[in-house]
Design a binder for this molecule. Structure first.
Ligand code: GDD
Ligand code: MG
Length: 352
């Protein structure tokens, strides 16, 4: 009864210009490893879950990319959404779909675009969670020890007393706090980051939808008999426009009272930005992470360079810069300003 739903419909705008609406980061090999983040994610799960039980939920625009990158995955396991509604509708859809075929299913819902270094430790944490949710009506999330007051994450405060092997009840779940709050959380030492990897029994998550997002639940509940039939497409096309656009974190995890955390340590990074990619790349003795055939770096330190083309790229005298060259866009920006990339993208789009 073990299943996996890989959520692969996001747009990853902070990795611009490498990541585009057309090519978000889950479909890219950000760290030059020979495989894309989605391929690594799939392979991690294929270690302990049969491939028939692994689903990828994505926007229909990316369907062919998923199929192209995951050739082993049965075609029916690529589940498409007609519009972007964030992760709550995505989880409701896949949960209803899986429940139709297995009412006892225990499901890992995971992002498609993270870096995880220690595969065996990851498997162990997931299996521990799956075994726990099989027996308890618990919404389990994997927690990571925080290292900076990042405002892009969920923060989990938990009880010190475990209820099962490495499983702790969650006191509070705060999605994307402001900087001040994030600093307080970090300093207190009582909080973990939400890795965004959720584990639950299908009955438990659907009960939570009924309670906290009843408007989404009702749509799927009414249409459930059409799932896994040739009427599914039509059903989803009519349901999705009516779904609230909300993440599972805001919609359920912040509100539910049966949330548990499994602290995990498997070398995790959500690779949210170029600087986080930089942290995970090999660097020369001056701290430059350089990817590219024809790059010359002179008197530069701590730069991140990605220039995979024939064109010769020369950097001189730059410190802590990001230089990303693609076919049609060249980005040069200070590492410290990279949170603004999202804004440049909007600006560039307006002026084009
Ligand atoms: N299918 C589908 N449909 N997938 C989606 C959609 C959607 O509409 N929106 C996002 N996703 C996918 C993304 O591709 C990603 O793999 C995953 O769902 C999480 O979405 P993000 O948009 O990346 O969320 P986040 O990074 O802001 O926050 C989440 O992850 C953090 C850890 O990286 C939250 O769970 C935070 O609490 C958590 O700390
Ligand atoms: Mg993310």
């Amino acid at each position: 009864h073990f299943y996996v739903a890989i959520m692969a419909g996001g747009i990853g705008s902070r990795f611009w210009p490498y990541s585009r609406t057309d090519y978000p980061k889950q479909f890219l090999d950000i760290l030059n490893t020979g495989k894309t983040l989605l391929q690594w994610t799939y392979e991690r799960f294929a270690q302990f879950v049969p491939k028939e039980n692994i689903y990828v939920v994505t926007h229909q625009h990316y369907e062919h990319k998923v199929k192209e990158q995951l050739t082993e995955l049965p075609a029916a396991n690529v589940v498409c959404e007609p519009s972007r509604k964030n992760t709550a509708p995505c989880v409701a859809y896949i949960s209803y779909k899986i429940r139709q075929q297995d009412p006892e299913a225990n499901i890992v819902c995971a992002p498609a675009d993270h870096l995880i270094i220690d595969g065996p430790a990851f498997t162990a944490s997931c299996l521990n969670a799956l075994l726990f949710v099989q027996k308890h009506s618990a919404l389990v999330t994997l927690g990571i020890k925080p290292t900076r007051p990042d405002t892009g994450y969920g923060y989990i405060q938990y009880e010190t007393q475990q209820v099962a092997d490495n499983v702790y009840p969650v006191k509070t779940f705060t999605e994307k706090p402001n900087l001040e709050l994030a600093k307080t959380f970090l300093q207190s030492g009582d909080f973990l980051w939400n890795a965004g990897i959720f584990v639950w029994n299908v009955k438990t998550i659907l009960a939570a939808f009924k309670k906290y997002l009843p408007e989404i639940d009702e749509l799927f509940e009414q249409g459930r008999n059409d799932l896994n039939t040739d009427k599914e497409r039509e059903l989803i096309d009519s349901i999705y426009p009516q779904c609230t656009n909300i993440s599972i974190d805001y919609g359920i995890m912040e509100k539910a009272d049966n949330v548990y955390v499994i602290p995990a340590n498997f070398g995790w990074s959500d690779l949210g930005t170029w600087a986080s990619a930089y942290e995970n790349l090999e660097k020369d003795y001056l701290g430059n992470a350089v990817q590219g055939k024809n790059v010359v770096v002179i008197d530069a330190t701590k730069c991140m360079v990605k220039a995979p083309h024939e064109k010769l790229v020369v950097l001189q005298g730059l410190d802590e810069f990001i230089v990303i060259d693609t076919n049609d866009v060249l980005l040069i920006c200070r590492k410290e300003n990279e949170q603004q990339i999202k804004e440049y993208v909007a600006e560039v789009k307006r002026n084009k």
